[in-house]
Design a protein around this ligand. Structure first.
Ligand code: TYD
Length: 208
C-alpha cells in the first residue's frame, strides 16, 4: 500500500485557513480520495486536553519552554495515534497547523529559536508534510479578523509585536522551504487561492 499524502495548513491567526481546508477536503473527497482531517493542538482526547491547558487565557504565567513542550507533546500523541496510522493506510491527511506553527510562534514569537526544531524532531518521528499551504496575513489585519470572531485565546491575546515576529517567522520558513511551502496572501481572492491549492495537491498526489 502506498503511503498517503500529508498536507498541512499554516498561517497567523485570522488568516482563513479553515475555509481553504474545507474546500480542499471537499474537492479531494469528490475525487474519491479517502481523507482525514485533523487539527493542532488537538485531534486526540489527550491532545485536546493539552490544547485546553495551553490556550486558557487564565494561564498567563506559562513559561515559553513549557508552552513549546506542551505543543510538541500534543503533536507527539496526534502523530502516533492518528497521523502515522492514517498515512500508512494510504489516506490523504490534512492537518490544520503542524511543526511550522511551533517554529513560527514559539521559535520566532517567543524567541526560543532552534530548540523548537530539536524538540519537534522527537515529537514527529520523521513525519513531515509533503505540502504546506501558508496563508499570510499582516498582524494588524489578523487581529481585526480574530476580534470580530469573538473571545480571544491566550495566544491570540498576545501583543502585536509578538504576532509580527510570528509573521516574520512564517516568511522566513517559506524562503527556507520553497519546495514544500506554497504561500499566498490571505487577502487574495478565495476561489483563486483554492484553485491553486487544488492544482498543487493534484501534482503532489501524482508524484507519490
Ligand atoms: P486555534 O484556535 O487552533 O487557532 P487557529 O484557528 O488560528 O488555527 O489556536 C491555536 C493557537 O495556538 C494559535 O494561536 C496558534 C498557536 N500555536 C502555537 O503557538 N504553536 C503551535 O505549535 C501550534 C500548533 C499552534
Amino acid at each position: 500500500m502506498k503511503r498517503g499524502l500529508f498536507i498541512t495548513f499554516e498561517g497567523p491567526d485570522g488568516s482563513g485557513k479553515s475555509t481553504q481546508i474545507q474546500k480542499l477536503n471537499t474537492f479531494l473527497q469528490e475525487q474519491g480520495h479517502d481523507t482525514l482531517l485533523t487539527r493542532e493542538p488537538g485531534g486526540t482526547a489527550i491532545s485536546e486536553k493539552i490544547r485546553g491547558l495551553i490556550l486558557d487565557p487564565a494561564h498567563k504565567e506559562m513559561d515559553p519552554m513549557a508552552e513549546a513542550l506542551l505543543y510538541a507533546s500534543s503533536r507527539a500523541q496526534l502523530v502516533s495515534q492518528v497521523i502515522k496510522p492514517a498515512l500508512e493506510a494510504g489516506k490523504t491527511v490534512i492537518c490544520d497547523r503542524y511543526v511550522d506553527s511551533s517554529v513560527a510562534y514559539q521559535g520566532y514569537g517567543r524567541g526560543l529559536g532552534e530548540s523548537v526544531e530539536i524538540i519537534n524532531r522527537y515529537a514527529v518521528q520523521g513525519i513531515m508534510p509533503d505540502l504546506t499551504v501558508l496563508l499570510l496575513l499582516d498582524p494588524a489585519s489578523g487581529r481585526k479578523r480574530v476580534q470580530q470572531a469573538g473571545e480571544m485565546d491566550r495566544l491570540e491575546q498576545e501583543a502585536l509585536e509578538f504576532h509580527q515576529r510570528v509573521y516574520d517567522g512564517y516568511v522566513r520558513l517559506a524562503e527556507t522551504y520553497p519546495e514544500r511551502i506554497l504561500s499566498f496572501s490571505a487577502k487574495g481572492e478565495i476561489e483563486a487561492i483554492a484553485e491553486a491549492i487544488r492544482s498543487r495537491t493534484a501534482e503532489a498526489l501524482e508524484k507519490l
